[in-house]
Ligand binder design. Structure first.
Ligand code: PPS
Length: 314
């Protein structure tokens, strides 16, 4: 696996003259200032509050979603999760704005923090911030999400005897709390629907993003009211990685350099994505499917859309 490019060049954000200024000094020299003009701001580019947020769910492809969207000429997005409406709220709105990359008035800013959706208070803060903001939510087959979360939680534990089995982790110390936390999308999406008009909310599935990213990009582009820009040349399937990656020969590709963590050899997103999932024996798989089915049905009814998730019928 090649080196992960995380240069944070911000090169694509800045006009040439500004880039020169920045390269001669610390890149974040001005980032702690909260008022006044910044070297990278000017007549054309300013740091602007987000017009849209990717608010969830963790382990549902939110990184790839943000990364792929960043290819659009009219979208800018901060490299890292800002976590403003959860962890950093007390830092204030001006701090929040300063975390955004500079943009022209024709561009929109999108921030992704997949935990926002898990906290009603964060969602209420978002509404208070901007009740007409657009919200994007990605969901995933809950069983795959559980496997992904397990692989993430124990990513540094190599010795199998030093970690619980997938089955015992699912049952968990808190008697199944893990499972409910990771499979119950409907409760959180209902909260979103109670706070925001439905036409401001787009629910996508990780499975479609994984198998046909172009269709998801086009759907998001329409939802965000942007001109059509994505093309089939933007993404290419990488057999080794098992995912669609950026096509580094696409004319759009230079736009994302510095604003997305990509493997510099392959154009694939972050090396941590796509960890091996734990195996599940048949009996436990059937148990999970049956236990989770009511949650899925609740979700499908709520969003008026069905996904082809594991649905074993005995
Ligand atoms: N194109 C592409 N490239 C890389 N990864 C992709 C892609 N499409 C979907 N995914 C899936 O995204 C899963 C990680 O989800 P998140 O980015 O939301 O995780 S996180 O909550 O931000 O940690 C990650 O889950 P795991 O495979 O379990 O690691 C991927 O399956």
């Amino acid at each position: 696996m090649g080196l992960i490019l995380n240069l944070v060049l911000y090169g694509s954000y800045f006009p040439n003259t500004v880039r020169k200024t920045l390269s001669s000094g610390p890149r974040n020299a001005s980032a702690s200032r909260v008022t006044g003009f910044y070297e990278d701001e000017g007549k054309d580019k300013q740091r602007r509050f987000p017009h849209a947020l990717i608010i969830g769910f963790s382990k549902c492809g939110t990184t790839a979603l943000r990364a792929f969207l960043s290819l659009h000429p009219d979208i800018v997005s901060p490299l890292e999760e800002v976590r403003f409406f959860t962890l950093n709220y007390t830092k204030g709105l001006e701090w929040y704005r300063m975390q955004m990359p500079p943009s022209t008035e024709h561009q929109i800013t999108i921030e992704k923090t997949p935990f926002y959706i898990m906290y009603t208070e964060a969602l209420e803060r978002i509404r208070q911030f901007n009740s007409s903001i657009k919200l994007i939510i990605s969901v995933r087959d809950p069983i795959a999400r559980l496997q992904s979360q397990y692989a993430h939680t124990f990513r540094n534990v190599r010795d199998a005897s030093a970690k619980p089995t997938f089955r015992s982790w699912c049952h968990g110390e808190a008697a199944g709390e893990h499972v409910v936390r990771f499979v119950d999308y409907a409760t959180h999406i209902s909260t979103v629907y109670n706070l925001f008009p439905r036409d401001q909310v787009l629910v996508l599935s990780e499975e479609v993003l994984e198998t046909d990213p172009l269709s998801v990009m086009k759907e998001a582009e329409t939802f965000l009211g942007l001109r059509p820009s994505f093309s089939k040349h933007d993404f290419v399937f990488n057999q080794n990685k098992g995912f669609y990656c950026f096509n580094m020969t696409s004319p759009s590709y230079p736009k994302i350099i510095g604003s997305v963590k990509v493997n510099s050899d392959t154009g694939c997103i972050g090396g941590e994505k796509g960890r091996a999932h734990p195996e599940i024996d048949d009996e436990f798989f059937k148990h999970l499917v049956q236990a989770i089915r009511p949650y899925n049905e609740q979700l499908f009814q709520l969003i008026n859309k069905r996904f082809e998730w594991a649905n074993f019928i005995q």
